[in-house]
Design a protein around this ligand. Structure first.
Ligand code: ZN
Length: 303
């Protein structure tokens, strides 16, 4: 399957390579490609009118397990600049770049942040992996924005003033966002700042703002939990006095009701961690996503 996909990508690259140069200058805009929806939003904010943004993994998509298409290879081949998260997030990108024969410089927007380890693997004793979800810390996203600005200036020096101004405007919005997040957390009693979740995406958020995100012990986060798993989760909630759970791997509402009934813990709704919602949804931009999640946390932990 992998070999076949690479073959398709290589074919697509050959087919579209000749169109790449023309596409670069289409409408006079800089063609910038990025890996997933959250970076797409940041890139649009910094790029403004000068940049045409193409996002490979769109709203609600899973950037961890993405399978690139020939269309993605075409987008990369036509790109003037590429932005990725790095920290091991886009494992599929190296092969895609090779297959598309892309020549555009690629910038790693997380460059300069302090990487965290994944909690789950620390506990299991296996070699630790870098946690890629740095965008869950607003302070880290400010570094992302600076890297995006510098990358755009590198490929389009004539736009320097515009990129500087756009970045400054957006960074001011991030300052406000950070204040909103901190104020919301400060409002939650210190002893209640803990959540059980199957999402392993909030390590940077927890470290930045003083919240504990606890994985369900001995429960697979991949599959729908069994009755035995639910019993384990209930024991853990009681023992660790967890006030709220966000367990999206459980699709059966009766199991969620059972957890709520037997533990008194609040059962939270959807969280957006790795992708934005569709436009018009509750998390259509990075800032909306962070505001939405903090409302979910507050609702579950304060009531
Ligand atoms: Zn993730």
């Amino acid at each position: 399957m992998i070999a076949r996909r690479s073959f398709l990508l290589a074919g697509a690259a050959a087919l579209f390579a000749t169109q790449a140069t023309a596409a670069n200058t289409q409408q006079g805009k800089i063609k910038a490609v990025t890996s997933f929806s959250i970076l797409g939003d940041l890139l649009r904010n910094v790029g403004g009118d000068r940049v045409e943004v193409e996002t490979l993994v769109g709203p609600n998509g899973d950037v961890h397990v993405y399978s690139p298409t020939p269309g993605d290879a075409r987008k990369l081949a036509a790109a003037k600049v590429v932005f990725v998260n790095g920290l091991g997030l886009e494992g599929w990108m190296t092969r895609l770049v090779a297959a598309s024969n892309a020549k555009a410089p690629m910038f790693v927007v997380s460059k300069g942040i302090a990487p965290r380890q994944m909690e789950e693997q620390e506990k299991s004793g296996r070699p630790t992996a870098i946690d890629p979800h740095a965008w869950q810390s607003v302070a880290d996203v400010k570094i992302y924005v600076a890297n995006i600005r510098d990358g755009l200036i590198a490929v389009d020096p004539a736009g320097k003033a515009a990129y500087d101004a756009n970045a400054q405007t957006y960074l001011a919005k991030l300052d406000k966002l950070e204040n909103v997040v901190r104020a919301a957390i400060a409002n939650i009693p210190a002893g209640r700042r803990k959540i059980i979740t199957t999402h392993d995406a909030f390590g940077y958020f927890g470290a930045a703002y003083g919240m504990a995100f606890i994985a369900p012990e001995g429960v697979s986060t991949e599959a729908e939990p069994s009755a035995k798993d639910i019993a384990k989760i209930i024991t853990q909630i009681r023992k660790q006095k967890i006030p709220a759970v966000f367990l999206e791997s459980i699709s059966d509402p009766r199991l969620m009701d059972q957890i709520a009934r037997e533990t008194g813990a609040a059962v939270g709704g959807t969280l957006y961690s790795d992708a934005l919602s569709e436009p018009g949804g509750p998390a259509a931009t990075y800032i909306d996503m962070m505001r939405y999640n903090i409302r979910q946390f507050t609702k579950a932990l304060i009531g």
